[in-house]
Design a protein around this ligand. Structure first.
Ligand code: ADP
Length: 487
């Protein structure tokens, strides 16, 4: 029998709350798995920064002031529900002000471990209250990674879950939920020490993500290359040995993108829409974004773009040794949109000061500008040190904005190196994480840009690719069927 009931637990879901790609994936999977006919129910916290007036929330009957004992601590929560917009998929929200009325979705507060342990347990309590036996519980990142161990321990008595299988998706292995082992009592798991990694316990720590990998039936991550990479010492962030042991249960499924939001033919933020068959509008977007950012537009001068969190992961360090040379030697315009670590913001601010005619740094988060850059730029730069999947390079392909990327994770799976001789490929891919590697790729891209006919063909090849969720969701359906087979 095919699995049909899926409980999907995530700490963020678009459009309710988003801090990163996890929210996009959660919202999209809810939508597309629902469309595929599954009875999928989503669970997330009710954060105080959710714009409650935008959705039609109801209190779920019989799920008011539910008592949960976390060790000696008594937590009370209620459950609200709303549908995922434009679908009839139900989302259940854990309403627990003492844990989720905070200044941000994720915090460094001392009870961070408790906030998400409660999310995990509350998801199981919701299934119980509705007498609903999920075939699969799909959990995401460290915040819900304790669910597999809870099913084997605290909830093992309940026959409701006897055929339930678990899937853990790792969206970014850089965040693991690593805490002092003393919290085990507060998780209600004091009698179940043996379910945690012994050597970690010995060192006085527990790690939610590792515990999830130990106990989930299957583990997925968001691109095939990242699935291989996280089994290596360089990328595994300490989980590589365990992931290697579980390699038969580890799969990489590339994220899809939402072409309703990211499509140059329909994008409402553009001054002129365009397509691979009618490219003329792209130049108008280029002129506008260049001028709005205070640079001068001149036909034939390439525009480079970058939209990113400014963190070490994104490869900004590589620019610190290569950007000045490129800006000194080549005629170009470059717009960077992003915010994050101070020293990177300072570096880009200084670069703008030193090259005011060529380089602009817009510090902050700006959704409209991100669409304008995607449409206006000729080249999109993404030199990540690691990249589980990455979205901007996929948007860039659709917008005819040829990506320059490092060969890692999802970047390696979505961008193929342009080959001058065979006239194949969709972008410029460098392998070694060095300033020289990045310079090589940028110069190769800039040289190729000079050959107009060749460049147009390169743009069109990328624009014709399809990374939509309609395709990717089938991979999840296949996985669910595989996991759902009764042992
Ligand atoms: P990550 O989730 O690691 O930040 P992704 O490429 O998977 O990287 O997704 C990042 C998303 O956030 C993209 O949709 C990107 O356009 C958006 N984004 C990042 N920084 C900004 C910004 N400063 N302004 C607008 N959008 C941004």
């Amino acid at each position: 029998m095919k699995p049909s009931k899926v409980c999907f637990v995530s700490s963020e879901i678009v459009p309710f709350v988003k801090t990163g790609g996890l929210a996009d994936v959660s919202g999209a999977l809810g939508k597309y798995l629902g469309q595929a006919g599954l009875d999928i129910r989503l669970v997330m916290p009710f954060y105080s920064n959710i714009e409650a007036a935008n959705y039609n929330f109801h209190l779920v009957q019989h799920m008011h002031s539910i008592e949960l004992w976390m060790g000696k601590r008594r937590i009370l929560f209620s459950v609200l529900t709303a549908t995922l917009p434009e679908t009839d998929v139900a989302v259940f929200f854990i309403h627990c002000p003492e844990l989720f009325n905070r200044w941000a979705v994720y915090t460094n507060d001392p009870d961070e471990y408790l906030r998400f342990a409660v999310l995990s347990r509350a998801a199981l309590e919701i299934c119980q209250a509705q007498n609903w036996a999920p075939d699969i519980i799909h959990v995401n990142d460290w915040q819900s990674a304790l669910i597999p161990v809870y099913l084997k321990t605290v909830y093992a008595w309940d026959n409701l879950f006897q055929d339930t299988r678990t899937i853990l998706t790792i969206h970014n292995i850089g965040y693991q939920g690593n805490f002092d082992a003393g919290i085990i009592n507060d998780l209600g798991l004091a009698d179940f020490y043996q379910y945690f990694d012994a050597s970690e316990l010995y060192h006085g720590r527990i790690n939610y993500l590792r515990t999830g990998v130990l106990h989930a039936d299957k583990v997925t991550t968001v691109s095939p290359t990242y699935a291989r990479e996280i089994q290596t010492d360089y990328f595994g962030e300490g989980l590589q040995d365990l992931l290697r042991e579980r390699s038969h249960d580890l799969v990489g499924i590339l994220n899809g993108v939402d072409y309703e939001e990211w499509n140059p033919e329909t994008d409402k933020f553009l001054v002129a829409n365009y397509s691979s068959a009618a490219l003329a509008g792209k130049e108008k977007n280029k002129k506008l974004v260049i001028e709005e950012m205070g640079l001068s537009y001149k036909k034939g001068i390439p525009l480079l773009g970058m939209i990113t969190r400014l963190t070490e992961q994104k490869g900004i360090d590589l620019f610190q040794d290569s950007l000045y040379e490129i800006l000194s030697k080549r005629d170009l315009r470059f717009i960077v949109l992003g915010s994050g670590e101070r020293h990177y913001e300072y570096f880009f601010g200084q670069t703008q000061y030193d090259f005011p005619d060529k380089f602009v740094f817009y510090r902050g988060y700006n959704y409209k500008l991100s669409h304008m850059i995607e449409a206006g730029a000729d080249i999109f730069v993404m030199p990540s040190r690691y990249e589980p999947c990455g979205l901007n390079q996929i948007y860039s392909l659709k917008y005819g904005t040829v990506p320059v990327v490092r060969k890692t994770g999802g970047l390696a799976d979505t961008v193929e190196l342009y080959n001058w001789e065979t006239q194949t490929g969709t972008g410029f891919v460098f392998e070694h994480y060095t300033p020289d590697g990045l310079s090589w790729a940028l110069n190769y891209a800039l040289d190729t840009y000079g050959h107009r006919q060749v460049w147009r063909k390169l743009m069109k090849r990328g624009m014709q690719l399809n990374f939509s969720w309609e395709i990717q969701v089938k991979e999840y359906l296949r996985l669910y069927e595989e996991v759902g087979i009764k042992k």
